[in-house]
Design a protein around this ligand. Sequence first.
Ligand SMILES: Cc1cc2nc3c(=O)[nH]c(=O)nc-3n(C[C@H](O)[C@H](O)[C@H](O)COP(=O)(O)OP(=O)(O)OC[C@H]3O[C@@H](n4cnc5c(N)ncnc54)[C@H](O)[C@@H]3O)c2cc1C
Length: 416
Amino acid sequence: MTSTVTGFQTADPHRPDVLVTAHEPADVVAAVRTASDRDLPVTVHATGHGHTVGRVGGLVVATGEMRGVAVDPTARVAWVEAGARSADVVAAAAAHGLAPVSGSFPGVGVVGYTLGGGLGLLGREFGWASDRVRAAEIVLDGGELRRVTDGELFAALRGGRPSVGVVTALEIGLVPLRTVVGGGLFLDVADAAAVLPVLHRLAVEAPESLGVSFGVVPVPALDVVPAPIRGRTVLHVRLVDTSGGAARAAERSVRAAAPVLLGGLRELPWTESGTIVGEPEVPHAYEGTNVLAGEVPAEALGGVVEAARTAPVGCVVDVRRLGGALARRPEGPDAVSFRGAGWIVRVLSSTEGCSPDDVRRAHRAVLAPVAESALGRMAGFVYGASPVGPAELHEPAVADLLTRVRAEYDPAGRFA
Ligand SMILES: Cc1cc2nc3c(=O)[nH]c(=O)nc-3n(C[C@H](O)[C@H](O)[C@H](O)COP(=O)(O)OP(=O)(O)OC[C@H]3O[C@@H](n4cnc5c(N)ncnc54)[C@H](O)[C@@H]3O)c2cc1C
């Protein structure tokens, strides 16, 4: 019998022959052993936030119920099970004045996020989430549960998402953090020409404590939406700062450039960091892609905004300044590619009622202004069936590492 597995992404769900909902590592071991015995391909599903295309047949291990988190405040580490959401780890760590290097959305799975690098809101200060992985527990083909703390498999799991097994838990380092100054400012996209040069300068000159990003968001004309932005396409400027002063100064510069329709900064506990970008929590069908770019001029960002504003299909854009600790190699081996990127430019569209060709054409147009500086793409931000070449996801040295790791740990291609 075929089951259907859906999560945050509702398009093209997995339809496996065997669906195993795991509650503990022993369930994962038994599931993988069964798959190995019956020669079935294995796919992992946690929350579906990073879902690309549906697997038909084979065995799916659903890890979303394995949400345990244990914090060791003295060692400043958390043991995070495969299905724990960002909000679970943020809450457990906050009880000790600590925080993970978490991203924008509380519902994302920490293990999937971290295996793919994990771009946190405070990445410029604290690096990639995968830089802080201290240990991983993984079930390999045949059902062997192994703890890894060094070697090539460990390196591959730190940002390379090698797909050679089911990770049952990660041990991740935490940072001391209680509050930040952060928030979002909504401006009319028609003011982009005045705002973007200011924002570009702020981002390029920002201290590492300051995270700078902006979105282009076509806001629906719904009653639940605050009147000042209802039915408008807005520029959503997001600022987050562990020191406070830099974000306050940046807010003043943005307000001096153009009228702010809604929003503002405040001091907030990290447990409320999901409000900074404020992504909607409603599962839907979407396709998305991105470009990790070197340095790009303000004019190129203007081109991105203009292409999104005028696109024939609704395009949500997210542009984040990188650099700082994201550019530095961590202690120990890892598999994050394109650390030299200064920016990531993402685009995402709902695919409900749109043809995939129209969506992909619009996404190419949105990313065209930064194509010249493109270094590659980040796998965790490629959604749905959006086309991506394997050479785009990893630098050659990382691609070679992943090839060796797959040959050694998953020669049958069970998790490919
Ligand atoms: C609204 C939204 C906001 C986001 N914000 C950020 C952000 O701020 N920063 C960022 O870096 N990313 C962000 N992402 C991207 C997200 O981190 C990735 O898509 C990530 O892969 C999601 O992991 P998941 O487990 O939640 O999703 P799933 O779709 O369940 O898993 C995605 C993939 O991760 C792998 N995987 C998951 N769990 C395991 C496991 N236990 N063992 C082996 N492989 C596994 C599998 O290959 C799986 O196909 C965001 C995504 C969304 C939809």
